[in-house]
Design a protein around this ligand. Structure first.
Ligand code: APR
Length: 312
């Protein structure tokens, strides 16, 4: 039996995710979008690439949720991206309706699926998805931490001229300007990052990481990043489908971990076939814990705004 992954929103991130997933021959894919013809056209184009790379996956594009029935994983990327000058939270009102509909329409056709959310504001849209689908928290997870950590890894690699493969970085917290790059837990082939970089260079990288999404939005002017977000989703989908027990930072529902409750928030999780198998609690020092608390306060504020906006 082949795996089936449905991607809701066939825009830049959705279609790039389909591209990475199809190339890895991980699952049959369904791309759903509200724009008529677009998901059909993109999926046909992608399907015509498969003979060249030798991947036997079916790729369907549609405006109808019926085709998503029986999915193992549902990826939600539908929604508006940021424009220059906007914060992710500015997308709340527009994207809450879109994500709610996507979650409702997919869960009734794929009640056993695991949901991976990408739409911003990320942590709160993941919370909305859990509430709307009424799925257990382990079956709903948001992508942010792999992306934010990959940005930091890329910046460190550029600075030190060392292979990206040697660099491990961990960015936790909400997917916003208050995210928490954990420099103490990051390393270059085992050497602590703080020993590899002068404090001012490290601080510059931390700041650039925090604003990494905004930097791309201001350059693109008409949309936000999609290659790195899409490969981050792909890593999560692969970890789930292949039951890898992979530990990555991702937005998970907290029930007391890190002193936080009733909140989706970026923490290290272990991903496998059942979804979020485990939340890993790092031992944090006082300043790290207080930075996480500040980030959690920002997510909570947006979550409260969501709860005023929609009845869930
Ligand atoms: N149902 C299905 N698809 C929808 C709906 C809907 N109700 N509303 C919008 N969409 C589709 C759009 O038609 C578009 O094709 O969602 C797609 C979003 O794609 P892009 O505009 O290219 O945005 P993208 O860069 O992929 O970002 C999507 O992810 O990273 C976040 O902030 C980003 O919230 C944004 C989301």
């Amino acid at each position: 039996m082949k795996n089936k992954v449905s991607i809701i929103g066939a825009g830049m991130t959705g279609s790039t995710t389909a591209h990475w997933l199809a190339e890895r021959e991980l699952a049959d894919l369904v791309l759903v979008d509200i724009v008529e013809g677009m998901p059909q056209g993109k999926s046909l184009d992608l399907r015509q690439a498969m003979p060249v790379i030798g991947s036997d996956v079916a790729i369907t594009g549609t405006n109808d949720y019926e085709a998503t029935a029986g999915s193992d994983i549902v990826v939600i990327t539908a929604g508006l991206p940021r424009k220059p000058g906007m914060s992710r939270d500015d997308l709340l009102t527009a994207n809450a309706d879109i994500v709610r509909k996507a979650a409702e329409e997919t869960v009734k056709r794929s009640p056993d699926a695991i949901f991976v959310v990408l739409t911003n504001p990320l942590d709160v849209m993941t919370y909305l998805t859990m509430k709307v689908t009424k799925l257990p928290p382990e079956r709903v997870v948001g992508q942010a931490g792999i992306l934010d950590s990959a940005r930091m890894r890329a910046f460190v690699a550029m600075e030190l001229k060392v292979s990206v493969e040697n660099i491990q970085c961990y960015v936790l917290g909400g997917h916003g300007d208050e995210m928490v790059p954990l420099t103490r837990h990051s390393n270059v082939a085992g050497t602590p990052l703080r020993e590899c970089l002068a404090p001012d260079r490290l601080e510059a990288i931390v700041n650039r990481t925090r604003k990494g999404g905004g930097e791309i939005v201001s350059l693109l002017k008409t949309g936000s990043a999609y290659y790195a977000p899409a490969i981050a989703i792909t890593q999560m989908v692969k970890a789930i489908l292949m039951d890898k027990h992979l530990i990555v930072p991702a937005s998970a529902y907290l029930r007391g971990e890190y002193g936080l409750k009733d909140l989706f928030f970026g923490v290290p999780v272990q991903l496998g076939r059942s979804g979020v198998e485990k939340i890993i609690e790092y031992k944090l020092d006082e300043s790290e814990q207080s930075a996480l608390q500040k980030s959690a306060d920002a997510v909570r504020q947006t979550q409260d705004a969501l709860l005023h906006l929609v009845k869930i």
